[in-house]
Design a protein around this ligand. Structure first.
Ligand SMILES: C[S@@+](CC[C@H](N)C(=O)[O-])C[C@H]1O[C@@H](n2cnc3c(N)ncnc32)[C@H](O)[C@@H]1O
Length: 236
């Protein structure tokens, strides 16, 4: 039986565009629900969105931005938030690529935590340039983090885990917060929808946690949103 996507928004619409964020700024996007200064958490590629919903519910004073390139997934989560009384005041959704949002909409040193959970592994060698975790993107993510801010990455894919390890350890403005390249379990961590599916199949996960190293006075790499690094092809 085919199911049609409902098109009405039965409550507050939490979707924003890259252009909105660029033009108005993050504080305006979250006003009047949150007051500045904002703590900002960004989930890149939120999928079905259970993870970012739970993050936002557990930290009502923190601003959360969910980024997802699938129009259908953004719309479904926006509808769910609109239907749920009292939910979504601290959560905004953007339909765009992670790379575009990070490059165009987020100022330097504006993000407390980036989450990248189970990004598509693109296992074929010729597709590796499509992987989200790339050296230029890691450098850009680091710049968008405030000093001490954290980049959390998870993958179920062992070969992609080795790739991620190489990319992140090579980025000088990020420091590994674990004693090992990655952990297989992080106590207390919220499980994503995709992670639950993989665990049900007996697959193990690889969790990375890197922090932005302190910026010193000689750091000349700060730049406003919209500079030219971090471009990567959309995966769909
Ligand atoms: C494997 S799913 C994981 C979803 C979710 N993070 C989880 O762990 O349950 C990957 C998601 O990332 C989205 N995606 C892939 N490439 C993306 C990109 N460049 N920017 C934003 N979203 C992307 C896909 O549409 C998909 O929803």
């Amino acid at each position: 039986m085919s199911r049609t996507l409902k098109t009405d928004m039965p409550g507050p619409d939490r979707r924003v565009s890259v252009e909105d964020v660029r033009a108005k700024g993050l504080e305006a996007i979250f006003a009047p629900d949150l007051e500045p200064p904002l703590r900002l958490v960004v989930d890149l590629g939120f999928g079905r969105g259970e993870f970012v919903r739970q993050l936002a519910a557990e930290a009502p004073e923190t601003a959360h931005l969910g980024v997802e390139l699938s129009k259908k997934r953004v719309f479904k989560l926006a509808r769910r938030l609109a239907r749920t009384e009292g939910e979504g005041g601290n959560l905004r959704l953007i339909e765009a690529t992670a790379e575009e949002v990070t490059r165009e909409a987020l100022p330097d040193a504006s993000v407390d935590t980036f989450w990248i959970n189970c990004p598509d592994p693109w296992p074929k060698r010729r597709h590796h340039p499509r992987r989200m975790i790339q050296p230029a993107f890691a450098a850009l993510l680091a710049r968008r983090l405030r000093p001490g801010g954290v980049l959390e990455v998870a993958t179920d894919h062992a070969a992609y885990a080795r790739w991620i390890d190489q990319v992140l350890r090579a980025e000088p403005s990020l420091a590994n917060r674990w004693d090992e390249p990655f952990l297989h379990e992080v106590p207390g961590r919220i499980q994503t929808g995709y992670e639950r599916d993989w665990r049900a199949m007996g697959r193990s996960l690889h969790f990375f946690r890197y922090a932005r190293v302190p910026v010193d006075a000689t750091d000349v790499r700060t730049a406003p949103a919209g500079d030219a690094v971090g471009t990567a092809p959309a995966s769909r």
